[in-house]
Design a protein around this ligand. Structure first.
Ligand SMILES: Nc1ncnc2c1ncn2[C@@H]1O[C@H](COP(=O)(O)OP(=O)(O)OP(=O)(O)O)[C@@H](O)[C@H]1O
Ligand SMILES: [Mg+2]
Length: 310
């Protein structure tokens, strides 16, 4: 399968500073790609280069095989994008906004309007003026607008910025449906990793312009699993900690009336039997997972350019 988007060694230099530094990745049909990083990391600049809004200093972007700089018209035909706030006319209805934009693309786009309105779940309010819409509805209309030319690649820069939890869930469901049913490849940028991990297939971390990690969600879940720790609430936590170290070489930490150690699922039964055999009473067992957010901060704080934390 050919990638919908290929980004190769992409670099942007502003006043001698590399704000995007040698970024490469590929994205396939039906995949949702989360682009995450702190303020100023280079997310929007990368997105602007992908959409041709700014030219790359070095490297290349190909959309469905077409280079965004040398074959702009063909490449851009395959992209739908909402970069920050969607551009909408507030005194027109949602429907008239869509009709206006569709007129730029021709009759095919016009005939898709009803289907798109359904896809973004706006049937009930589409005839109301945009000035009466909530932020979430405006975002949905923005996505509808970006879908008019039947793009293979949908690009959303901070699509849930300012939305309440309900609005965030709605957008997430719409995006998942677009990827699964319409096989659209989607890039979403966000600061909010907890939100991205619920919808993305691939997550890339960018910091100081460099792509510092790029992993599938399946790999990330495996990694989070492998870093699982177990907390035993028991009567003699100090003694338990000593036993765990002696017998299993497990580094443990005593916290109140409990002992915490890294422990894989398959070794849990053996450890419980051993502690019980040593007359330790276990009152409770809790599995502790590092959140993806915690792994992410460890990674960003790590000074090594390519760390193995995530
Ligand atoms: N037109 C420009 N001229 C000079 N510097 C720029 C320009 N656009 C962006 N930058 C700089 O490039 C860096 C990356 O900015 P960018 O907007 O891509 O970050 P971001 O990851 O999208 O951040 P945010 O999360 O705040 O949206 C920043 O240091 C920014 O100041
Ligand atoms: Mg940005």
């Amino acid at each position: 399968m050919k990638p919908v988007l290929e980004v190769k060694n992409l670099t942007k230099i502003y006043s001698n500073r590399k704000v995007v530094d040698n970024v490469s990745f590929s994205l396939f049909a039906g995949q949702i790609f989360g682009f995450v990083g702190p303020n100023g990391a280079g997310k929007s600049t990368t997105i602007r280069m992908i959409t041709g809004l700014t030219t790359a200093s070095e490297g290349a972007v190909r959309i469905c095989g077409y280079n965004i700089n040398y074959n702009f018209k063909k490449a851009i035909e395959n992209i739908g994008a909402v970069v920050e706030m969607p551009q909408l006319y507030p005194y027109l209805s949602g429907l008239n906004n869509l009709k206006l934009y569709a007129s730029f693309y021709g009759n095919k786009a016009k005939s898709r309007i009803n289907q798109i309105v359904k896809l973004v779940g706006m049937e009930n309010r589409i005839k109301d003026k945009v000035s009466t819409y909530s932020l979430g509805m405006k975002q949905r209309l923005g996505i509808a607008q970006a879908l008019l030319n039947k793009p293979s690649l949908l690009i959303l820069d901070e699509p849930t910025n300012g939305l309440d939890p309900n609005g965030i869930v709605e957008i997430r469901n719409i995006l998942r449906a677009l990827a699964d049913k319409e096989h659209i490849a989607i890039i979403i940028s966000s600061h909010n990793l907890a939100e991205l991990e619920l919808v993305c297939d691939v997550i890339a971390l960018i910091n100081n312009g460099k792509l510092i990690e790029y992993r599938t969600m399946a790999d990330i879940n495996k990694l989070v699993e492998s870093k699982q720790r177990v907390q035993f609430i028991c009567n003699y936590p100090n003694y338990a900690a000593m036993l765990l170290k002696q017998k299993f070489k497990l580094p443990s930490k005593v916290v109140g009336n409990s002992v915490i150690c890294p422990l894989k699922e398959e070794h849990l039964a053996t450890v419980i039997s051993f502690l019980t055999y040593k007359k330790i009473k276990i009152y409770g067992i809790k599995k502790i997972h590092k959140t993806l957010e915690e792994l992410y901060f460890e990674l960003l704080n790590s000074s090594r350019p390519s760390s193995s934390i995530l």
